[in-house]
Ligand binder design. Structure first.
Ligand SMILES: Cc1cc2nc3c(=O)[nH]c(=O)nc-3n(C[C@H](O)[C@H](O)[C@H](O)COP(=O)(O)O)c2cc1C
Length: 322
């Protein structure tokens, strides 16, 4: 039996904010929840095998910080040991998450070498054990999986049934193989086939497509064409926390930069002594982009070392240019 939980209550097509390590941290998620409304928010991934050790847990807990405004909010985890998935599912349930998502798609070498992320596509028995253990520890939470269409080659017909037969509430399919990383366009042409497999094997599991979607309008069109229940968006949100709004809002440069300053302040408040300030720089590249003198502003932001520096740089830029 599938326990759909909150997934079953969402209007379709629903839009989810993708898990992105060192991007969708507690600060950015809170900014996104304030300026637009994704239907579901995923945390960046965190290791279950790290979280079960007292020392590891202390270092990793910031990945599991969330604010009520983010609900429904899903903790994304990765790892190799089913018993640890069960324990971490219990932990996430206690923390009040709405769902827990198992990463079976990360293509990074150091993750795959550990036998986790996308490596699980080649270990379906272990993958099923991990799902069963997570379901056992999840309590009220919904359990979902995020994966890819294959490891070295497209093999969705062999791989997806293992997940669907495990009765998860939701599957996100990033429409590329592990080998393709993010180097080729996502294979949206496979999505309607994936939906029909779902209809044959487990009608109650909801399915989202992921890859290269940058606007809500594009996502709605793809959902209509392919029949998927939801769309997950990752990189499209860089520098554009308002992405998950239906209305196309014309955001002024001033507004955009004020949000960047607010994001930076929140990052500093939450993460001083926890995360390196340099993590903010990839956001600056995206915020300070596409308007006059943006490149000069970017150069200054790359030198900034604190939230105060950033606020000062932006004030001066706006006084001089607008
Ligand atoms: C910087 C970065 C970090 C990512 N971290 C994760 C992660 O922690 N877990 C995960 O499942 N996927 C991760 N991804 C993959 C995204 O969730 C998503 O599947 C991918 O970016 C394709 O979607 P997009 O084209 O909308 O960006 C990451 C992607 C990027 C760019």
């Amino acid at each position: 039996m599938v326990k759909k939980g909150f997934w079953g209550q969402l209007d379709k097509p629903f839009f989810a904010l993708a898990p992105m390590y060192d991007v969708t941290d507690a600060a950015f998620r809170r900014i996104i929840a304030k300026y637009s409304t994704p239907d579901v928010i995923f945390t960046e991934f965190v290791s279950v095998d790290g979280l079960v050790h007292p020392e590891g847990r202390e270092k990793l807990m910031h990945h599991l910080w969330f604010d009520e405004s983010e609900r429904p909010v899903v903790a994304q985890v990765f790892g190799i040991n089913p018993a640890n998935f069960e324990k971490v599912a219990q932990l996430c349930n206690k923390l009040g998450f709405d769902g827990i998502d198992i990463n079976m798609g990360c293509p990074e070498k150091n993750i795959v070498k550990q036998g986790t992320g996308a490596a699980l596509i080649q270990e379906p028995t272990l993958a099923r054990d991990i799902i069963a253990a997570t379901l056992a520890g999840a309590g009220d939470m919904s359990v979902s999986v995020k994966t890819r269409i294959g490891f070295n080659k497209e093999e969705i017909d062999i791989w997806l049934p293992h997940i669907l037969e495990s009765n998860v509430a939701h599957v996100t399919v990033h429409l590329r193989t592990r080998k393709e990383m993010s180097k080729v366009p996502a294979h949206w042409d496979l999505m309607s086939h994936i939906v029909s497999m779902r209809d044959d094997i487990q009608k109650d599991t909801l399915i989202s497509g992921n890859g290269d979607v940058t606007t809500i309008a594009q996502g709605k069109k793809l959902a209509q064409e392919t029949g998927c229940d939801g769309i997950m968006i990752g990189r499209g949100v860089f520098g554009n926390p308002r992405l998950f709004t239906d209305d196309v809002v014309d955001v002024s440069v001033e507004e955009r930069l004020r949000v960047m300053v607010e994001h930076t302040q929140l990052f500093s408040e939450l993460f001083t002594d926890v995360k390196n300030f340099a993590i903010m720089k990839k956001h600056y590249k995206a915020y300070a982009n596409g308007f006059e003198n943006a490149s000069a502003l970017r150069v200054q932001l790359m030198e900034a070392e604190s939230a105060e520096n950033v606020a000062h740089i932006v004030d001066k830029f706006l006084q001089t240019n607008y």
